[in-house]
Design a binder for this molecule. Structure first.
Ligand SMILES: Cc1cc2nc3c(=O)[nH]c(=O)nc-3n(C[C@H](O)[C@H](O)[C@H](O)COP(=O)(O)OP(=O)(O)OC[C@H]3O[C@@H](n4cnc5c(N)ncnc54)[C@H](O)[C@@H]3O)c2cc1C
Length: 503
């Protein structure tokens, strides 16, 4: 069997690139190992509740943003989205709350109240990042592939953003912490908590330019999707099929197949079938798995192996719970980002036992029986530890139970208003994520946006073979559904325009 393009993996990255290519008239086949597409964004049902595997906060669904751009090309309607207001509330260990709202007035007032010890510096930090983030947002709409765009294209963007371009170039190698020197340790932890959620690293590692964009995303507005990430995945599947593309579920891919000259010519499925790709193969696997599994380490170039050796992501520990509406009514927002202890400086910020995101479904899409909500509590954990020290299932169950008890206690201590009106339904840990997505060590959420992995230093969608591409949250521009969608647009554009490029 042969197609022009074969896509391996039906996460949002694979689905979006397949939908775009099919809509542009390219013969596409998408292969997904599970019985349903969606990957990390897939929702699941249990005991009458539908749960998101993530925080359920989605960026860039506004007018002129990436999702509108994509769905304008597709023969299906986008899922229903609504802005979440405020995007979330950050709760600090001393019970201070900051509503990260879209309105400047509300947000700045919240900052003044929360950080009287450094209000002027805190406000000026946010005022400085705003124009930088706005310019970078506009640039990514004009030139989605900034990472690999020609010098000429980049120069054009710089020219159109001449007011801030110089500031952006000057900040290219700066870490966020360098702009936070005049703020208090409390404010820095407020920033650390958010950067950890969006970029997997705190301010002393995070690239300043990434921080500018990430911290402005919730200020610009985040959305929830009716039906969660699966509704987006289902629309994309429908779109691929409507445009004449093929979606094959329950079809695990084993590896690339090669022609006699050693170039990739298609994929071998676990079933023994080979599917040829006459134009391109697109991997939606993580960069570790694209090379480790599809390409094979013996065919992976030395410099890629070196880069991968030092590249790590976090694991996630998630609790899925059922909450009564009465408890929900007592909360300041549907989404709370909670820091449980300060970790006084010079101690380095470590999210492992100090940070969680409490994400409730919304009133307009409760995904629960009448009078209840479904909740996902999302914490960081070191993925390796779930594999290296606990190799059998029983030991992992014990580790899961210990993690559940620890996080449940922290949650009740920091959110007393929940009372007894919340109940555990299910949990998932890195081995669980591995089973479902086959991502290396169950690492999720992309790679940390430290300077060495951000922007021009990130891994691009290209590989050392001109017909093998990558989409997803471990390549430029990074994690989150909006970024993954952008990575898909970049690859679809490259395949359909076949621009001349350099690696
Ligand atoms: C805890 C958590 C919270 C999050 N919260 C948010 C949020 O609130 N907002 C947001 O925008 N983003 C959020 N994200 C990030 C977002 O969900 C992911 O970045 C995104 O879904 C990743 O998509 P992907 O296409 O890169 O890959 P994946 O979702 O990993 O998809 C890869 C697909 O490939 C398939 N596959 C793997 N191996 C094979 C094989 N050999 N053959 C065939 N198929 C294969 C897998 O089954 C999977 O379907 C969150 C992530 C996590 C983990």
């Amino acid at each position: 069997m042969a197609y022009e393009v074969v896509v391996v993996g039906g996460g949002i990255g694979g689905l979006t690139v397949a939908a775009l290519l099919a809509a542009r008239g390219v013969g596409v086949c998408l292969l997904e190992k599970e019985s349903r597409a969606g990957g990390c964004a897939e929702t699941f049902e249990k005991s009458g509740y539908t749960f998101e595997r993530g925080a359920g906060l989605y960026a860039s669904w506004g007018a002129g943003e990436i999702h509108e751009k994509i769905f304008d090309e597709l023969p299906v309607a986008p899922p229903e989205t609504r802005i979440v207001s405020p995007s979330y509330v950050v709760r600090l260990p001393d019970e201070t709350e900051i509503a990260v709202a879209q309105s400047d007035e509300e947000f700045y007032e919240s900052l003044r109240r929360a950080f009287p010890e450094c209000a002027a510096s805190a406000l000026s930090f946010y005022r400085e990042i705003e124009p930088v983030a706005d310019a970078l947002f506009r640039a990514s709409v004009a030139v989605p592939d900034l990472r690999t765009a020609s010098k000429m294209k980049r120069a054009q963007v710089a020219l159109s953003e001449h007011r801030v371009a110089r500031k952006i170039y000057a900040a290219m190698n700066e870490r966020a912490v360098e702009r936070l020197r005049k703020t208090s340790a409390r404010f820095r932890r407020f920033i650390d908590a958010q950067l950890q959620i969006f970029g997997q690293v705190p301010s002393d590692e995070c690239a300043y330019l990434f921080a500018a964009v990430a911290l402005m995303i919730p200020r610009r507005g985040m959305y929830s999707i009716r039906g969660g990430g699966s509704a987006l995945a289902d629309s994309l599947v429908e779109s691929i099929k409507k445009s004449g593309g093929a979606v094959r579920l329950n079809s695990p891919v084993l590896r690339l197949s090669y022609d006699s000259s050693g170039s990739p010519r298609g994929v071998d499925l676990l079933s023994g079938e080979t599917i040829e790709a006459t134009r391109a193969i697109i991997s939606n696997l993580t960069v570790w798995d694209t090379y480790g599994k599809l390409v094979g380490l013996n065919r992976t170039p030395y410099e890629v192996r070196q880069k991968l050796k030092n590249l790590r992501g976090w694991g996630a520990y998630l609790i899925f719970a059922a909450m009564d509406e009465q408890a929900s009514a007592r909360l300041p927002a549907d989404h709370l980002l909670v820091l449980t202890n300060w970790q006084e400086e010079p101690e380095r910020f470590n999210p492992e036992s100090s940070l969680f995101m409490f994400a409730s479904s919304t009133a307009w899409d409760a995904r629960a029986p009448e009078g209840e909500r479904s909740v996902t509590i999302n914490a960081f954990t070191r993925a390796e530890e779930w594999f290296s020290f606990h190799e059998d299932d029983r030991a992992r169950e014990e580790m899961d139970q210990a993690a559940l008890e620890a996080w449940w206690n922290r949650m009740h201590a920091m959110m007393p208003e929940l009372g007894g009106e919340i109940e555990v339904i299910e949990t998932i840990n890195p081995p669980g994520f591995y089973d479902e997505t086959r991502r290396k060590l169950g690492m999720v959420g992309g790679v940390g946006q430290a300077i060495e992995n951000f922007g021009m230093n990130s891994i691009s969608h290209r590989t050392h073979w001109p017909n093998l591409f990558m989409v997803g949250d471990t390549v430029f521009p990074g994690a989150g559904i909006a970024a993954v969608t952008q990575s898909a647009l970049i690859v679809a554009n490259e395949i359909t325009t076949r621009a001349v490029f350099s690696f």
